[in-house]
Ligand binder design. Structure first.
Ligand SMILES: CCCCC/C=C\C\C=C/C=C/C=C/[C@@H]1O[C@H]1CCCC(=O)O
Ligand SMILES: N[C@@H](CCC(=O)N[C@@H](CS)C(=O)NCC(=O)O)C(=O)O
Length: 185
């Protein structure tokens, strides 16, 4: 019996890890923008991450129920692994980082955007704390070196992206930033 549901279990564990990754992103974003619970509103950069995480966790029970039903009552390989990965878990990462909202420049350039990304995140944070909103000039069209909303998600790693260019560049963003790693401990 147990050896017949290992695929279901694997997809389930992957789903839990994805959920953990998402809520950690919200925790990092809360720190980056100084938005303490129970507040849930802030700049669009924060609210996008927040909503994506909440939406994803709202769908998670439905996903699990369907996954296990399909796997137990039908053939698990066909009916859980591929659909589970391709219809929910993978698309959800793209949903979390909509195309073009995450650090387009740094992935195109193919090199580390650490200084800009960190500076911009820090500036956004400071501006938000002082004025209640992020400075209007953070549009990439006006200032090429500034990053679009979502820069809080920029990777500060120099290892480059393992993901497709222009979409999911920044994994574990703020986590890798020394200033926030310090703040988090
Ligand atoms: C499925 C594994 C569960 C592992 C749970 C891992 C981490 C969650 C535990 C504690 C998290 C605490 C986070 C606090 C956030 O930093 C607080 C936001 C405050 C923002 C601020 O006041 O600047
Ligand atoms: N939806 C959660 C996801 C992240 C999370 O679980 N955060 C923990 C540590 S900051 C929390 O206690 N959040 C309080 C809350 O959601 O009101 C949030 O908005 O914070």
């Amino acid at each position: 019996m147990l050896d017949q549901i290992h695929l279901l279990a694997a997809v389930t564990v992957l789903g839990v890890l994805e959920q953990a990754y998402f809520f950690l992103q919200v925790i990092y974003a809360r720190r980056a923008f100084g938005i303490s619970p129970p507040k849930t509103s802030g700049p669009p950069e924060f609210e996008r991450i927040f909503r994506a995480q909440v939406n994803s966790s709202e769908y998670f029970p439905i996903f699990l129920a369907l996954l296990w039903q399909a796997g137990l009552f039908f053939h698990q390989g066909q009916n859980s692994l591929l659909p589970g990965l391709s219809l929910d878990l993978f698309p959800r990462v793209r949903y979390f980082f909509p195309h073009g909202t995450v650090c387009a420049e740094c992935s195109i350039s193919g090199r580390s955007a650490m200084p800009d990304a960190e500076t911009t995140t820090l500036q956004n944070k400071e501006n938000f704390r002082k004025t209640g909103h992020i400075k209007a000039n953070s549009s990439q069209h006006e200032l090429p070196n500034e990053l679009t909303p979502g820069t809080a998600m920029c990777s500060t790693s120099s290892s480059g992206s393992a993901f497709s260019p222009g979409t999911i560049h920044g994994f574990m963003p703020v986590f890798q930033g020394p200033h926030l790693r310090k703040a988090f401990v």
